[in-house]
Design a protein around this ligand. Structure first.
Ligand SMILES: [Zn+2]
Length: 316
C-alpha cells in the first residue's frame, strides 16, 4: 500500500476513535450526573400557608435551582415562602426556599431570610437573644444501642422529652439514667439545659425512651426543667438547634408529626397519640407551664417546630 494512503487511513481511524471516545465520555458524564441526582438525599416540603418574610440583607433570587443567572433584591424586601428544599452543594447540606416575588417564583438561600415568629418567646430568642446555641458536647455512656430499623439504618426524625422533675440538674439526670439503665434499659441520645447540649449516646444508633413503636426510628433527647424566662428561652434555643442539626445531618426536612405517622419532629405526647405503645404526654405541660409563668403566653409544640425551622435555615 502506498505510504500516503496508509497515512490517510490511519488518520481517519484516529478521528473515528476520538469521536467514539468523546461519545463514550459524554455518556459516562450523563450517567454519573444522573446517578448522583438520584442517589444523593434531597428533600423538599411545601408549607401549608405561604409565609410572608423579609430579606435580612441583599439577596440573590434564582429563576431555577440550577441557573447561575440571578436578580438581586435589597434588604427588607417582602417575599412569600412557598416551600423548602434541602440540597447538597459539594457534600454540604444547604437549605433553599421557593419564594414568590412580584408574582414570579424564584429560589433563594434560606439563611438570607428573617422569619416572622408568631410566638413571643420565639421572637425573644430571635430578636433579643439573637438565636443563641450551646456547643454540642459528647460523653458516651456505653449504652447497648441497636441499629435503626429503617432503610439505610438512618433515623426518621427526632423526639422531644422533658424530665418532669422540677428540682434536678442536667448532670443529676444523666447520673440517674446511667445508674438505672441496667434495670430499666431506658436511655436517650442527649440532655439539654440552658447552657449545655450533652450527647450521651451515638445518634447513629437507636435509643430506648419512647416505647416500642418509636424507639427503632427516632433520635431522642430530654429537656431538664428551667426556672427563669431567660434560661427557658435559652434551653428552647439549644433544643431547636440540636433538632435542626440532627435533621440536617440526616437529610431530613422540618415537618411536625402528623396523624398519618409522617413528620420528622415529634413530642413524646405526639408519639403516644399517633404511634401508641406509650402514654406519656411530655413535654407539653412543661412548655405550657413555663411559658405561662415566665412570659405570660402559651407555647405549643408547633411553636417549637417553627423555632427548629429558623435554626435549620441558619445552619450551613
Ligand atoms: Zn418522654
Amino acid at each position: 500500500m502506498p505510504r500516503k494512503k496508509k497515512k490517510r487511513q490511519t488518520n481517519r481511524k484516529i478521528r473515528r476513535n476520538r469521536k467514539k471516545l468523546g461519545l463514550f465520555l459524554l455518556a459516562l458524564i450523563i450517567l454519573i450526573v444522573g446517578l448522583l441526582t438520584t442517589i444523593l438525599p434531597r428533600s423538599s416540603y411545601t408549607l401549608k400557608d405561604q409565609e410572608l418574610v423579609r430579606t435580612k440583607t441583599a439577596l440573590n433570587l434564582y429563576p431555577t435551582r440550577s441557573t447561575l443567572w440571578s436578580r438581586q433584591v435589597p434588604a427588607n424586601t417582602a417575599l412569600k415562602i412557598k416551600s423548602y428544599h434541602l440540597s447538597y452543594l459539594f457534600g454540604q447540606p444547604k437549605t433553599f426556599v421557593k419564594v414568590i416575588f412580584k408574582n414570579q417564583t424564584y429560589f433563594a438561600e434560606a439563611r438570607g431570610l428573617d422569619l416572622n415568629h408568631q410566638n413571643p418567646i420565639n421572637s425573644y430568642i430571635a430578636d433579643t437573644l439573637h438565636y443563641p446555641k450551646a456547643k454540642l458536647e459528647r460523653k458516651d455512656q456505653g449504652f447497648q444501642a441497636s441499629s435503626y430499623q429503617t432503610w439505610l439504618q438512618k433515623p426518621r426524625g427526632i423526639i422531644v422529652h422533658s424530665t418532669g422533675n422540677d428540682s434536678s440538674s442536667l448532670d443529676s439526670e444523666v447520673d440517674y439514667m446511667v445508674k438505672n439503665y441496667p434495670k430499666t434499659g431506658v436511655f436517650v441520645h442527649a440532655f439539654i439545659d440552658q447552657n449545655k447540649v450533652l450527647s450521651i449516646a451515638d445518634e447513629k444508633k437507636a435509643a430506648q425512651g419512647a416505647g416500642p413503636n418509636a424507639n427503632p426510628y427516632y433520635i431522642q433527647f430530654e429537656m431538664v426543667h428551667q426556672h427563669s424566662a431567660k434560661d427557658f428561652a435559652k434551653q428552647l434555643a439549644n433544643a431547636a438547634y440540636y433538632t435542626a442539626y440532627q435533621l440536617k445531618q440526616n437529610g431530613l426536612p422540618v415537618t411536625m408529626a402528623k396523624e398519618d405517622k409522617t413528620g420528622t419532629v415529634w413530642s413524646h405526647e405526639l408519639v403516644s397519640t399517633y404511634l401508641g405503645g406509650t402514654d406519656h404526654t411530655d413535654p407539653s405541660a412543661y412548655f405550657e407551664n413555663s411559658a405561662q409563668s415566665f412570659f405570660g403566653v402559651s407555647y405549643q409544640f408547633a411553636d417549637f417546630v417553627d423555632l427548629v425551622q429558623a435554626y435549620y435555615n441558619l445552619l450551613t
